[in-house]
Design a protein around this ligand. Structure first.
Ligand SMILES: NC(=O)c1ccc[n+]([C@@H]2O[C@H](COP(=O)([O-])OP(=O)(O)OC[C@H]3O[C@@H](n4cnc5c(N)ncnc54)[C@H](O)[C@@H]3O)[C@@H](O)[C@H]2O)c1
Length: 341
């Protein structure tokens, strides 16, 4: 038996990566899988024979002893799971976003705090080697403090693809809540700053396959005057995706040209960029392993909880401010929202 017995809830697109990561873990093992979809349960039964599967979490908790839960379920299905986790005193590792509005996310955070249940959000992009290397460039002060940045993520995401989830097709603001939430969290994490105001406009182009807005254009001001221009498109008009995150700091520039790597920097006077060496990376696995290891460190060694729900509220307040700014057509000041977090 391994040190941590986990129940994995949700065996869809993301849950299947979690299945792989838990199976490979040296400290964690899956003791049950939950999903109302019989096809998803059959998938797990084939890959992990002998591990019981259930259609609902309460059935699993009646029959199986576990130390913690991993939730890879759609964000609007979490009420009952949160209540069960608190009732059974089970720590939770939950996929982002914790909820689809700040008020619900606050309620979950409070429930977990009152029940003394650690609640971590699976922000896997924080655990990429490229993210750590980028953050280090600012914490070691090689290039001085960041002054401005341009974050571009452009993609023509087809939700009909078999490996992609379908529920965002009918969501309000699918890009902001499903994808930009990662990017906005990365901005906070890498720069170690909080957003103070945002002017945002969201659109849904005529060719969009989604009901809600998929394209996000935001100008965000962070503490210390750092200004970030963010463009996140889920419905670009080109099948070839594009990623670029450039930061202009006081003594030079940093450019990340791929979502999972390709980091380089230059001092202001340098003629060319210098690449930053990064360790090998297995997409969606290495980063998710980082999340699981951090969760296990908290539960087994008492390490401080990383990506806590409480911290996540700051990112969600920025997401919600983007929604509000676009609806109002004006700049939104975050100090009021942050005070409520
Ligand atoms: N961190 C990342 O990189 C990343 C990537 C993709 C998705 N996600 C997140 O993971 C979560 C799930 O997304 P997905 O892409 O796997 O969606 P999905 O629709 O592909 O899969 C969701 C699964 O949850 C199951 N489910 C629904 N209600 C349930 C319930 N009450 N109990 C148990 N299972 C239930 C569904 O049957 C389905 O199998 C979302 O929060 C999403 O934002 C994160």
């Amino acid at each position: 038996m391994k040190a941590l017995r986990l129940i994995l809830v949700g065996l869809g697109a993301r849950g299947r990566y979690w299945h792989e990561v838990i199976c490979r873990s040296e400290t964690c093992e899956a003791v049950a899988f939950c999903d109302p979809d019989p096809v998803a349960r059959a998938w797990a039964e084939t890959r992990s024979p002998g591990v019981p599967t259930f259609g609902a979490l309460d059935e699993a908790l009646e029959r199986v002893e576990a130390d913690a839960l991993v939730l890879a379920t759609p964000p609007d299905t979490r009420d009952a799971h949160l209540e069960l986790a608190c009732r059974f005193s089970l720590p939770l590792l939950i996929e982002k976003p914790l909820a689809l509005d700040l008020e619900t996310a606050r309620r979950y955070t409070l429930m977990a705090e009152r029940a003394d249940v650690p609640l971590m959000v699976g922000l896997n992009f924080r655990y990429l080697a490229v993210t750590r290397a980028l953050k280090a460039l600012f914490t070691d002060d090689r290039l001085g403090p960041p002054e401005s940045a341009r974050f571009t993520y452009e993609r023509r995401r087809d939700p009909r693809a078999p490996h992609l989830n379908k529920y965002p097709m009918t969501m309000a603001h699918p890009m902001l809540w499903e994808q930009s939430v990662h990017h906005l969290d990365l901005l906070r994490y890498v720069y170690g700053r909080e957003a103070v105001s945002v002017s945002c406009r969201t659109t849904n182009p005529p060719w969009s396959l989604y009901a809600g807005d998929t394209n996000v254009f935001a100008l965000i001001t962070f503490t210390g005057g750092l200004v970030v221009s963010y463009q996140g498109l889920w419905q670009s008009s080109w099948d070839v995706p594009n990623f670029e995150w450039r930061t202009d700091a006081r003594r030079g520039v940093v450019v990340q040209r791929e979502q999972f790597g390709a980091l380089a920097y230059a001092r202001s006077e340098a003629e060319a960029l210098t690449s930053v060496a990064l360790p090998p990376h297995e997409t969606w696995i290495t980063d998710t392993e980082g999340v699981l290891r951090a969760f296990a460190r908290t539960l087994l060694e008492g390490a401080p909880l990383e990506c806590s729900a409480h911290d996540h509220l700051q990112t969600l307040s920025l997401v919600e401010a983007c929604v509000r700014s676009s609806a109002l057509g004006e700049r939104v000041d975050l100090s009021e929202e942050a005070a409520m977090v």
